[in-house]
Design a protein around this ligand. Structure first.
Ligand code: GLV
Ligand code: MN
Ligand code: MN
Length: 413
């Protein structure tokens, strides 16, 4: 059995740690998360790592290097979106463990310490916040997020405490940048580029910036049968025009991904004119300038649509995260490892966000993408094949072995 096949079988097993229904649904600080940690613990132990769960619910496995050596962190997230796939996030954890297991089996001793980090919450679907684990590592976690509640009114702080974490001691998890050599994340590509190029692996150049905005059109309700069409201040008609324009405008440039993913309508009745429509607008780009320009254009368009129809329009930013660039030195080492493993070098930006984005506040980051079947992700049919995962394990192991004293001195530069 190849290590890629071992990865495939481990990912099939841990996919069972899921709420019932199609695909994988594993939210942070739930019984499914608890069950998944048992699997992750066994993967880390098989790689010879010392394991503990930290106070942010991150499972940490450490291989101690020579005294005083810096640590290379390898991580990703255990959680999924609702009805998601078997690879997003969790694959990076299994591949990191297997790359270290491979080196252990080959009796290769590294001149550095290595840790695998299985973060609790990257997707941000249970609580209206995300990236607790990497943010605590980077010392950038804002403790006010502990008061944010899920749909059942359970706060992040309470859920974490019930899970065995300690929300009062998260500040103690911040790593010293001088102790950390860098952070590597392997992840399914979640898009079609590598498949289109016929390449199993890609080295990521940077991670898109994201902003989320809450938008509202407010008009006037009334009887669906009696109010003349020309006199209506229909908030859903205004929102529909706006949403169609979001897609059309974003389509004019390859630099923007813009999505309206949900909508709420009041009074939401078949025979009443909608008077209030709320919806989020998420905008992503590898260029912060392009993203900010697009959002500005959309704000003006919303004002214009509202003015033309005598409605009001509000737009409030609820979240923003700048684009980040992957570290050139670590990415060069990763690229060399991909080529040494016999694969063509493909470089590409990431339109999905990752734990690496938050880790970039702590240390240099690098990311390795693994080819994704049909570009599908956040989807029950998400798939990476065993041979590609085997290639990724070889590349990660080669990357670890290739780190030289020059790279080890990186954090001192
Ligand atoms: C997470 O996968 C995201 O990109 O939103
Ligand atoms: Mn992910
Ligand atoms: Mn995801």
């Amino acid at each position: 059995m190849t290590l890629g096949e071992t990865a495939q079988s481990r990912l099939s097993e841990i996919a069972g740690c899921s709420q019932a229904g199609e695909g994988v649904t594993r939210l942070p600080f739930t019984p499914e998360h608890k069950a998944a940690l048992e699997h992750i613990l066994s993967w880390m132990r098989a790689a010879g790592l010392d394991v503990h769960m930290d106070n942010a619910g991150t499972m940490v496995g450490r291989l101690e290097g020579p005294k005083g050596s810096k640590t290379l962190l390898i991580g990703s997230h255990q959680d999924s979106v609702p009805s998601g796939g078997r690879y997003d996030g969790i694959m990076g954890i299994v591949l990191g463990c297997l790359a270290i297991e491979k080196l252990q089996n080959e009796c290769i001793t590294l001149p550095l310490s290595v840790e695998v980090l299985a973060f609790a919450d990257e997707e941000g679907v249970r609580f209206p916040t995300a990236l607790l684990g990497p943010r605590t590592c980077a010392g950038t976690f804002d403790a006010s997020a502990l008061d944010l509640a899920d749909n059942d009114g359970v706060t992040l702080g309470c859920a974490l405490e019930d899970f065995g974490g300690d929300p009062t001691r998260l500040d103690q998890l911040a790593r010293a940048p001088s102790d950390v050599l860098g952070y590597l994340e392997a992840h399914i590509e979640q898009g079609p580029v590598l498949e289109g190029q016929g390449a199993p692996l890609g080295v990521v150049t940077g991670i898109c910036g994201i902003e989320r905005n809450l938008l509202r059109f407010t008009g006037t309700t009334g009887h669906a049968g009696t109010v003349p069409m020309a006199d209506r201040q229909d908030a859903l008609v205004a929102a529909s025009r706006f949403i169609a324009a979001v897609s059309d405008k974003a389509n004019e440039t390859n630099a923007i991904r813009a999505t309206v993913g949900s909508i709420s309508v009041h009074p939401n009745a078949v025979n009443a004119i909608p008077n209030v429509v709320n919806f989020p607008l998420e905008v992503r780009s590898i260029s912060d300038e392009a993203r900010l320009g697009f959002t500005d254009q959309m704000r003006k368009l919303g004002d214009q649509i509202a003015r033309d129809r005598n409605l009001s329009f509000e737009m409030e930013q609820t979240y923003s995260q700048p684009a980040v660039t992957c570290d050139q030195g670590l990415s060069n080492a990763l690229s060399a490892a991909v080529e040494s493993a016999g694969h063509r070098l493909i470089t590409l930006p990431s339109g999905a966000t990752h734990d690496a984005s938050a880790m970039s506040d702590l240390c240099p980051i690098a990311m390795l993408f693994v080819r994704c079947k049909n570009g599908l992700s956040h989807h029950p049919d998400e798939y990476a094949n065993a041979a590609d995962m085997n290639a990724a394990i070889d590349a990660i192991a080669g990357f670890l072995v290739s780190l030289t004293p020059d790279e080890l001195a990186y954090g001192d530069n």
